[in-house]
Design a protein around this ligand. Structure first.
Ligand code: UD1
Ligand code: UDP
Length: 353
């Protein structure tokens, strides 16, 4: 079997690594295409090294641009590659512009598309990711859902064929990245004590592109009663600088960190404050309380389970959650046991092999 895999942004390297490993271990040919949406070493190459992801066979080097321009550049490059390579199918991940471009380029050439992390919905069409995932799902022929909610979301949109609940490939990667022995070293090198600091990431357009929301979040983090470590996405760094916002008080801004270090920091934090999608799940899996800096979440099971609270960008709500949100109790296996990569490849083999 011969497949084209399309990746481009940080979370896609993390989601695709297990599938790439299984594909290659089983002797299939994978043509790994990096769109170049993320290009800083800390957002891209660092993950290939750390997660032993094979070097991309091609990099379209599209770089940063407006949504239309960036997606158009990807489409042009991907169409050419899919035509030249004639794969049995194209695999796409998550909900970024790279996801949409991969789906659209392949579907228009009548090449089957497999969407990993299908069926997620925030029901907020102002999010670029919501547009990307709705469109990608409707033109995919294999839909790999991480949760029952995702399967139900697809059903409600009339998508029932080719839908498989396989769990989440991020669990596979988390198992590989969880270095329990090295965690103490990570904390001491940052001068941190277990459960005596918060970890935060902020990069969603709805927060970075709204000055009031961003200011509220930064001020709430500044005022925490223990250190708040903020590995800063370059998007947020640029916008904070342009608005004269800086990390002060308890807030400590650092460069984005590698995946093993991030997982170690997350596993030991008092709580995670984030607008990331993937990090909400990782916090749940590691038993770290999650305070979600958005108005809604796709990962509703973590909220239902009591381990995630959605507070938006409301300063008072964020501050209250930082002092009062102490979930406890059992955490069910919501996202599978870390075998999603194997399951996905087995299904693809049956369909495309
Ligand atoms: C993208 C995804 C988002 C995902 C996030 C993961 C879309 C629409 N958004 O958001 O869903 O959660 O990736 O991190 O696809 N930049 C750099 N260096 C880089 C990459 C970006 O400095 O290597 C800066 C540029 O100023 C760029 C900005 O970040 O304009 C935004 O980058 P972009 O890839 O457009 O979106 P993200 O915010 O990263
Ligand atoms: N991550 C990381 N280092 C960081 C910040 C995040 O390794 O400094 C990882 C995190 O563990 C998760 C993924 O990046 O697996 C989430 O990506 P991001 O938040 O950029 O995107 P989203 O999930 O919101 O689409």
């Amino acid at each position: 079997m011969r497949v084209v895999s399309v990746v481009g942004a940080r979370p896609q390297f993390i989601k695709s690594a297990p599938v790439s490993h299984v594909l290659r271990a089983r002797g299939h040919q994978e043509i790994l295409v990096h769109t170049g949406q993320h290009y800083d070493d800390a957002l891209s190459a660092a993950f290939f090294r750390e997660l032993s992801i094979p070097e991309p066979d091609m990099n379209l080097e599209v770089g940063s641009a407006s949504h239309g321009r960036q997606t158009a550049r990807m489409l042009e490059g991907l169409e050419r590659i899919i035509e030249d390579e004639s794969p049995d199918g194209v695999i796409i991940y998550g909900d970024t512009n790279s996801t949409l471009a991969g789906a659209l380029a392949a579907a228009k050439l009548h090449v089957p598309v497999a969407h990993v992390e299908a069926g997620l919905r925030s029901f907020n069409r102002r999010m670029p990711e919501e547009i990307n995932r709705v469109l990608a799902d409707h033109i995919s022929s294999l839909l790999f859902c991480p949760t029952d909610t995702a399967v139900e979301n697809l059903q409600k949109e009339g998508i029932t064929e080719g839908v498989h609940r396989v769990g989440d490939t991020m669990v596979d990667t988390l198992h590989a990245a969880l270095d329990r022995d090295g965690q103490e070293g990570v904390l001491s090198s940052r001068g941190l004590e277990r459960r005596e600091y918060f970890l935060s990431t902020v990069h969603r357009a709805e927060n970075t592109d709204d000055p009031d929301r961003l200011r509220n979040i930064v001020e709430a983090l500044d005022s925490a009663d223990m250190p708040v470590l903020l590995p800063m996405h370059p998007r947020t760094k640029k916008i904070m600088a342009s608005q004269g916002l800086e990390a002060k008080g308890s807030l400590r801004s650092i460069k984005p960190v590698g995946h093993m270090e991030f997982i170690a920091l997350l596993a030991n934090a008092r709580a995670m404050l984030t607008d990331s999608g993937g990090v909400q799940k990782e916090a749940y899996m590691l038993g770290t309380p999650c305070i979600t800096l958005r108005d809604e979440t796709e990962w509703v099971e973590t909220v239902d389970a009591g381990w995630n609270v959605v507070v938006g960008a409301d300063r008072e709500k964020i501050e209250k959650a930082m002092t009062t949100f102490h979930p406890s109790g059992e955490r069910a296996d919501l996202y599978g046991k870390g075998k999603a990569g194997d399951e996905i490849v087995s299904i693809i083999e049956k369909e495309w092999g």
